[in-house]
Every structure is written in structure tokens, then in C-alpha cells.
Design a protein around this ligand. Structure first.
Ligand code: TYD
Length: 207
């Protein structure tokens, strides 16, 4: 019995965590067992690495950043994602390898293929079955992210609009090159409409 691995990706303020939660709830209503998780993080070790990578006061090169994300991801895959999929569960993950390919690879300047290589051993054969790309324009995303209560600025949210434009462009290019894995959904629509489009995509592709 193998489960399903769904990731949600997109820039800041695209609504990934809200949509991940809604998708998880809906899958449970369908009688599925679901593990909801997020990156960076998802295990105690990966959460410790998260605190380090997101701290804007710790200078890190783009390359060390990429390795730290990959290290956190290796722990997460080994201890949470792979076992859940092996047990036939659904894994719904808020960000995964495509965030590294876009943030560190494209916008960070390392190049997508270099970052893919760094991540290859960390994820093994655990590429997502489906990746929902929540597409928003950078202005809307930044505004929404700024409105969230109690959120600290992190290393990435403080970067400029040009960085976030590169991230958005790179996500769009990845989606174009892997249309079987990606589904692009317009995240500027009302939350419930976006949630319905996500459910329709999951029904069509995986159920
Ligand atoms: P988080 O607070 O989880 O942001 P969001 O709500 O936007 O998902 O912080 C995660 C930040 O880390 C976000 O700016 C994206 C960045 N990131 C990378 O640069 N590379 C990665 O591989 C991952 C998983 C996240």
C-alpha cells in the first residue's frame, strides 16, 4: 500500500498553509489518513535547523543555506514523509524541494540544477506526486504576508521585490517543465474558490 504525496508551493502570502489545512480536512472527510506537515521543519531536528536558517541575523552563503534546507529535508523525509507514504497515508506538505529550487537556485543565484543535485540524496525517490502551485502577483503576496499577525521578519521575507519576482518566475518555469506533477492555481481568488479548485485537481489526478 503506498500513499500520496502532495506539496503546496508559491511565494510569500500565497495562502499555502491555509490551503494545506483545508485540503487535509477534506481528505480526512473522504476517509483518508493524512499527515500535514511543512518545510523547513516537520521534525525536531529540522525545526532546529529552521530556526537557524530563518534567522536574519546569522549570515549564511547561498550555498550553505541550500545545504541546510537539504539537511532539514533529509530528516523530514526519513522520519515523517517516507514512513507515512509507506503506511498508505496522504502527506500534505507546505513547501518542499521546489522552494529550494526557486529561492536558493533561481533567486539565490546557485542555479536550479545545482540545487536539484544537492537535494537528490536528501529526498531519494520521494518526489511529490502532485505539486499545487498557488500563483499570486508579488505585490498581493507581500501585502498579505505583512498583514499576518505576530509574524517575525525572516531571512527571505525581508528580501526585495526583485528577489520575489525571480522566485515567482522560477516557480512558473518549473510548472511548465513538469506539467504532470504541477497544477497551477490562481491564488488571488477567494479562499473557498481556491480550496475547491485544489480539491478538484486532487480528485482528478489522484483519487
Ligand atoms: P515560512 O515562515 O514557513 O514562510 P511561508 O509562510 O512563506 O512558507 O518561512 C519559510 C521561508 O523559507 C520562506 O521565505 C521560503 C523559504 N524557503 C527557502 O528559501 N527554501 C526552502 O527550501 C524552503 C522550504 C523555504
Amino acid at each position: 500500500m503506498t500513499g500520496h504525496f502532495v506539496t503546496l508551493e508559491g511565494g510569500e502570502g500565497a495562502g499555502k498553509s491555509t490551503q494545506a489545512r483545508k485540503l487535509g480536512e477534506w481528505l480526512r472527510e473522504q476517509g483518508e489518513e493524512v499527515v500535514e506537515t511543512r518545510e523547513p521543519g516537520g521534525t525536531p531536528g529540522a525545526d532546529a535547523i529552521r530556526a537557524l536558517i530563518l534567522d536574519p541575523d546569522t549570515p549564511l552563503s547561498a550555498l550553505s543555506e541550500a545545504y541546510l534546507f537539504a539537511a532539514a529535508r533529509a530528516d523530514h523525509v526519513e522520519n515523517v514523509i517516507a514512513p507515512a507514504i509507506g503506511d498508505g497515508k496522504w502527506v500534505v506538505c507546505d513547501r518542499f524541494i521546489d522552494s529550494s529550487l526557486t529561492y536558493q537556485g533561481a533567486a539565490g543565484g546557485l542555479g536550479v540544477e545545482r540545487v536539484r543535485a544537492i537535494n537528490a540524496d536528501a529526498i531519494g525517490d520521494h518526489m511529490p506526486d502532485l505539486t499545487i502551485l498557488l500563483a499570486t502577483d508579488v505585490d498581493t503576496g507581500t501585502r498579505r504576508a505583512a498583514q499576518r499577525d505576530g509574524e517575525q521578519d525572516d531571512r527571505f521575507s525581508v528580501r526585495d521585490a526583485q528577489f520575489h519576482e525571480k522566485v515567482a518566475q522560477a516557480f512558473a518555469e518549473l510548472a511548465e517543465t513538469e506539467p504532470d506533477r504541477f497544477a497551477v492555481i490562481d491564488a488571488s481568488q477567494p479562499i473557498d474558490d481556491v480550496a475547491e479548485r485544489i480539491r478538484a485537481t486532487v480528485r482528478e489526478r489522484l483519487l
